[in-house]
Ligand binder design. Structure first.
Ligand code: NAG
Length: 253
């Protein structure tokens, strides 16, 4: 082969061949309910979980490349391999709001770092996610375009027990009937099961698709048939018992 032609072919294919990340089948977007996360949290550490001021009812957990067979790639080769805060500066203000870290002992960026290092690096096999900034920007777009909080407002939050069917009905229009998943957390004090997150599945171009599973089975195994969609905590309040005691002591002292 003539060197020039070879170079031409190489330059044509190299952006595909050399892309970082790992091939995957689809994406799972998980949105969490911070009120439940903090309520279910272990009370052994004072003020361990806190919902920052101005946090929306539902927030981002992450966007994860997945395989159809149930496993997923993680900690892939990416550029950068490890989260670099400087690269997401242009959108950091918005990220702080909708993708908060609920643990004040950790840095605000620690959650983003975990998600990028473990999942974001793998997504770089797709052009849409080929940089760290692109990954975070696209996750925010998904969050903005799928308003779970609004769709869920027909179910609660309330003290009433709900079931899978209530969530399915609430999300039917938003998801066009696509299969989703959700998870419960357990309040260790009351032993109640709390709706903790909702997981949606997306094609690589971010259009909605069915999550794996059988029809009408939303893979809600950690949830019993009835559970609670907790009324939202007011912001900036420690939800742990020891945290409350600690605050009381601070206020007295
Ligand atoms: C799942 O599929 C991926 C990609 O095809 C493959 O690399 C992986 O080994 C499979 N894992 C299991 C547990 O079958």
């Amino acid at each position: 082969m003539k060197p020039l032609i070879f170079l031409f072919i190489l330059s044509f294919f190299s952006p595909i061949l050399c892309r970082d990340g790992e091939p995957f089948d689809y994406l799972m977007f998980t949105t969490i309910y911070p009120t439940a996360v903090c309520r279910a949290d272990d009370d052994s550490v004072p003020e361990s979980c806190e919902i920052p001021d101005g946090t929306p009812q539902w927030t981002i957990h992450g966007l994860w490349p997945n395989f159809e067979n149930g496993s997923y790639p993680q900690n892939c080769h990416g550029t950068p391999r490890h989260f670099d805060e400087n690269l997401i500066k242009p959108i950091e203000e918005s990220l702080v709001k909708v993708w908060p870290n609920l643990y004040p002992k950790k840095t605000i960026q620690s959650f983003w770092k975990h998600e990028y290092d473990k999942h974001g690096t793998c997504a770089q096999s797709e052009k849409l996610f080929e940089s760290e900034l692109a990954y975070f920007t696209e996750v925010m777009k998904v969050f903005d375009s799928i308003d779970v909080a609004k769709a869920m407002s027909s179910v609660g939050p309330s003290e009433k027990l709900i079931g899978a069917k209530d969530i399915t009905t609430a999300l039917d229009g938003l998801l066009g009937g696509k299969r989703f998943q959700f998870n419960c957390l357990r309040d260790k004090k009351t032993k109640q099961f709390l709706l903790g997150d909702i997981r949606l599945c997306l094609n690589k171009d971010l259009t909605l698709r069915d999550c794996p599973g059988h029809k009408d089975d939303h893979l809600n195994r950690p949830c019993p048939s009835e559970f609670i969609y907790l009324p939202a905590e007011s912001s900036k309040k420690s939800t742990s018992f020891f945290g409350k005691v600690w605050n009381a002591v601070k206020n007295i002292g």
